[in-house]
Design a protein around this ligand. Structure first.
Ligand code: SF4
Length: 352
């Protein structure tokens, strides 16, 4: 395993570079013999930095991210973040699902970095690479410390998740929302139970995720739904789309933002292998649909987006533009307190 590959150069980090992200000899590997974590290996590291700038941020609805984990036990077959495991010489298939890197000092780093005079108070997005409320969070409890630091500094932030564990931190979210802008989005691409069991085997069911939306709303925290991914030929029939948008509306979502499946390298191989096992008759159709690369054709994406927005209007959810629930209007980032500009540290960006 090439831990030095995690040691990205962070010379342009917002509060100053310190070289590698963590010391290569500071990795502790653990397994837990409980049913929840059987077969999972955790690699605990003490990272040297945690707030990262998104490359090409001008095209994204957020610029800064915090990712306390790498790898994700939610094990979505299509997961766009699989490729990032290859940077560690870890397998992007089962290895991504079961070899989890845990930045155990993430809370103290967030607190230190956003307290720096060089930090500009910008919006911080979480859950943009892997899910920060995956099962590991139940044991490591990194998010309460991160949220507490963001709350204490009134630093705006957003979270995108499929994890019901976020409700554990409801009170912290509520407190943070009193002092800064907080955006929460839950990812629900479909409500078909059969599709869920096979393609998102480690996640809470769509119904439980929508219960999260409902509970957050009941506690005054508006929650959007990223309807992702819409899976061609498996989750895109008019009836399926209607059932999904209807359930999202019934849960009280503030917005619904459809996103069609994309298949980047790393995810593509794993997904196509799965497709060949579960739906072999669709393999040729997928090869044609994704012949030009990672994205489905524009006409297909537009058709899905238009139909979902029509349904959203019909069911009383205002159609939103991608990312609006995660970049909240209002506050502009403060200029850096020492006058220097923020740096750039490459971070793999994905959406749940
Ligand atoms: S898509 Fe999201 S929830 Fe699913 S495995 Fe990837 S990071 Fe985890």
């Amino acid at each position: 395993m090439r831990w030095d590959n995690l040691a990205e150069n962070n010379a342009n980090h917002p509060i100053g570079g310190t070289g590698a992200l963590f010391a290569a000899d500071a990795v502790t590997t653990r397994t837990f013999d409980t049913p929840e974590f059987r077969g999972i290996t955790f690699h605990e590291i003490r990272a040297r930095s945690i707030v990262n700038r998104v490359p090409g941020a001008s095209r994204m609805p957020f610029e800064w991210t915090v990712n306390p984990y790498r790898g994700c036990t939610h094990a979505c077959v299509y997961c766009f973040a699989r490729k990032t495991h290859s940077y560690l010489d870890l397998d992007t298939g089962l290895g991504f699902d079961s070899q989890i890197v845990v930045k155990v000092n993430a809370p103290e780093l967030v607190r230190r970095e956003i307290a720096s005079p060089r930090w500009n108070g910008a919006h911080v997005a979480m859950g943009t690479n892997v899910d920060c409320y995956q099962r590991a969070e139940g044991r490591y409890r990194l998010m309460p410390g991160i949220l507490t630091a963001l709350r204490d500094h009134a630093n705006p932030f957003s979270i995108l998740t499929k994890g019901t564990l976020i409700l554990r931190d409801l009170e912290l979210l509520r407190q943070a929302a009193e002092v800064t802008e907080v955006g929460v989005s839950v990812s629900v691409g479909f409500v078909d139970p059969e599709l869920w069991r096979t393609v998102e085997p480690g996640t809470p069911s769509p119904e439980r995720r929508l219960d999260v939306v409902r509970t957050l709303s009941e506690h005054g925290i508006g929650c959007g739904v990223l309807m992702a991914p819409v899976i061609p030929h498996l989750g895109d029939s008019p009836d399926q789309l209607r059932a999904t948008v209807r359930a999202i509306a019934a849960a009280g979502a503030t917005s619904v933002t459809p996103l069609v499946l994309h298949l980047r390298p790393g995810a593509r191989e794993w997904f196509m292998e799965w497709l060949g096992r579960h739906h072999p008759h669709l393999v040729r159709r997928y090869e044609r649909l994704y012949a030009d690369g990672a994205y489905a054709p524009t006409w297909y994406q537009r058709r899905i987006t238009r139909y979902v927005h029509e349904l959203a209007t019909e069911y009383g959810i205002g159609p939103s533009h991608r990312g609006t629930s995660r970049r909240l209007p209002g506050r502009e980032p403060r200029p850096p307190r020492d006058g220097s500009g923020p740096g750039t540290e490459p971070t793999q960006l994905t959406l749940l």
